[in-house]
Write a protein that binds this ligand. Structure first.
Ligand code: B12
Length: 496
């Protein structure tokens, strides 16, 4: 039996892509071992690197594997590099393949460490790679890959996208296929370890207004791809890679998704919360939503969350979701400035439409709402930020504000622009990889204080926020004279 190691060096164990890949490999007769190496649990506090115990346990798991794979996000690039270097020293003859979003959008930085880079969806590619390796012949012409050869890097064409997502198996959550760090050692998962991985922190109960005291979440996607081309998101990189290789946005059938949820519930009965992580869950017609939730009510019937795009929300769809247990909805505002949407983010935005949607959602107080906003954008002026502040003040309350610090992920249109403008060095991934993109940094503190306050304010106070967020004040209060005071206030507000 062919064997493959699939390592995720991040704190997340919900890796949908890796779990889908593992399920596909098992279905095709490959023994896949998924290893979740949370760096926070397995690092030496002195060096910040994985401990020897973790490395030795990983090596023991790799011993009988034909190929060693890593699933890489940009934030964990250096973790994957650290582990790859160790593996190459220990097993110089075993091919190491990198897949996942970072490998896809930045194959050049990935091939520095890996022997093979898998670009894009990996099911067929990984299987073919294993088959080639088993014949003692690493054929460099595998579609969907870059392969290191003695004559340089062979850059192959991407594969055709799989149109029928129902042909793929459900994600692999079988505990005996999973390994994770427990008490400093890498051990095979048990049902109770899985339950611990799926458990939501107690605060989530308050945030999502959940009825149950304890909550266990199952994360899934009902589609692959996204209808938009936002300049900061990796979906625009995917679209470039897959141009001419099939439709990017593809949807699974109602039966396939409901079947998956039913199957998971049957095997792990304690799960009581579903997270649909599609980029825009509502990017489909009313009839689909109604058909989907008829089946969901009957066969799943659990509280859930999803992400939506404003252009696809209408009252009928939203009410249907609420009737079926919608607990939390996340929606991207990103900026209140039409200019920024149009010229920087390449993203459709109509303020009146957005406010209409916000008002529809406000009719359903049981549902908690998260509004995503992107800050620290060097292409945004004080005038643009002033619009965001005023706009946030106009949105009906209550809601939670999720502030992101703009990160130039490789492969995106904004990354190319920032490189061309000399804002980032394409040879140095460290600042991008280290960036905490969902943190609120303390720079430009006056503007950020207003953003946070506007996210709580009664819409009647919008004119007050327009005055306080006036570009003149935003500029004046970010000068070195005032910065320290506002930094202190923001720090106190954020309890830092
Ligand atoms: C679901 C999701 C999450 C979930 C689950 C994350 C996870 N680990 O799967 C949660 C909520 C936990 C999450 C968290 C984060 N996310 Co997220 N997330 C997504 C989302 C919406 C979908 C990803 C997905 O499942 N796609 C579908 C599957 C089928 O594709 P896939 O994951 O790429 O997997 C396929 C291939 O890559 C390949 N593959 C994957 N691994 C491997 C390994 C090997 C060996 C091989 C051969 C192939 C292979 O095969 C898979 C199956 O076809 C994307 C946006 C998007 N539409 O892609 C953002 C996205 C992936 N997330 C992103 C970010 C930044 C984050 C966070 C850092 C956010 C934060 N600040 O905390 C964290 C970090 C998570 C982590 N593990 O490091 C960025 C990544 C950018 C980058 N260059 O790294 C994306 C692209 C959004 C964006 N801003 O553009 N996320």
């Amino acid at each position: 039996m062919l064997k493959m190691l699939l390592v995720d060096p991040s704190p997340y164990t919900t890796n949908y892509g890796l779990r889908s890949l593992s399920a596909y490999l098992w279905e095709h007769g490959v023994e896949a071992k998924m290893v979740f190496l949370n760096p926070d649990r397995g690092s030496d506090p002195q060096t910040g690197r994985y401990t020897d115990a973790v490395l030795e346990d990983l090596a023991a798991l790799a011993e009988d594997c034909d190929v060693i794979g890593f699933s890489v996000f940009t934030n964990f690039y250096f973790r994957a590099a650290e582990l790859t270097e160790f593996m190459k020293k220990r097993f110089p003859e075993k091919p190491v393949v990198w897949g996942g979003i970072h490998a896809t959008v930045s194959p050049a930085s990935s091939i520095k460490y890996a022997d093979v880079v898998c670009l894009g969806e990996g099911e067929e590619t990984a299987l073919q790679l294993l088959q080639e390796v088993s014949q003692k012949n690493l054929e460099p012409r595998i579609p969907g890959t870059w392969v290191k050869t003695k004559d340089g890097v062979m850059k192959n064409e991407p594969r055709q996208l799989e149109e029928n997502l129902d042909s793929y198996p459900y994600q692999d959550y079988e505990p005996s296929h999973m390994y994770a760090i427990k008490d400093g050692r890498v051990v095979q998962a048990t049902e109770s370890m899985l339950a611990e991985m799926l458990k939501l922190p107690p605060a989530a109960r308050v945030y999502f207004k959940l009825d149950a005291q304890e909550n266990w979440q199952y994360l899934t996607l009902t589609s692959r791809g996204c209808p938009y081309l936002c300049a900061y998101c990796c979906n625009n990189a995917y679209r470039k890679i897959y141009a001419g290789k099939g439709r990017w946005l593809r949807t699974r059938s109602v039966e396939h998704v409901i079947g998956e949820l039913e199957d998971f519930k049957r095997k792990h009965g304690y799960v009581n919360f579903i997270s649909f992580f599609d980029d825009d869950f509502l990017a489909r017609p009313n009839e689909f939503i109604s058909q989907f939730f008829d089946a969901y009510d009957e066969r799943v019937h659990l509280a859930f969350k999803c992400n939506v795009g404003a252009f696809n929300v209408n009252r009928e769809k939203f009410k249907r979701m609420c009737d079926s247990g919608l607990a939390n909805v996340e929606i991207g505002l990103q900026s209140g400035s039409e200019r920024v949407h149009k010229q920087v983010y390449f993203r459709p935005f109509l303020p009146a439409k957005f406010l209409e949607v916000a008002r529809i959602m406000a009719e359903f107080p049981r549902v908690t709402k998260y509004y995503d906003v992107i800050l620290d954008n060097p292409y945004e002026t004080e005038e643009d930020l002033a619009k965001t502040i005023e706009f946030l003040a106009q949105i009906p309350k209550p809601f939670h504000l999720s502030c992101f610090s703009l990160t130039f992920f490789p492969g995106t249109a904004l990354y190319d622009r920032a490189v061309a403008d000399g804002l980032i060095d394409p040879e140095n991934l460290k600042p991008i990889s280290d960036k905490k993109n969902n943190a609120l940094y303390l720079n430009d503190a006056y503007g950020k204080i207003l953003v946070l306050a506007a996210g709580k304010a009664d819409p009647k106070l919008a004119p007050l926020f327009a005055a306080a967020g006036n570009p003149f004040f935003l500029k004046a209060f970010s000068t070195p004279l005032f910065q320290p005071v506002f930094k202190k206030i923001l720090g106190i507000a954020l309890k830092r």
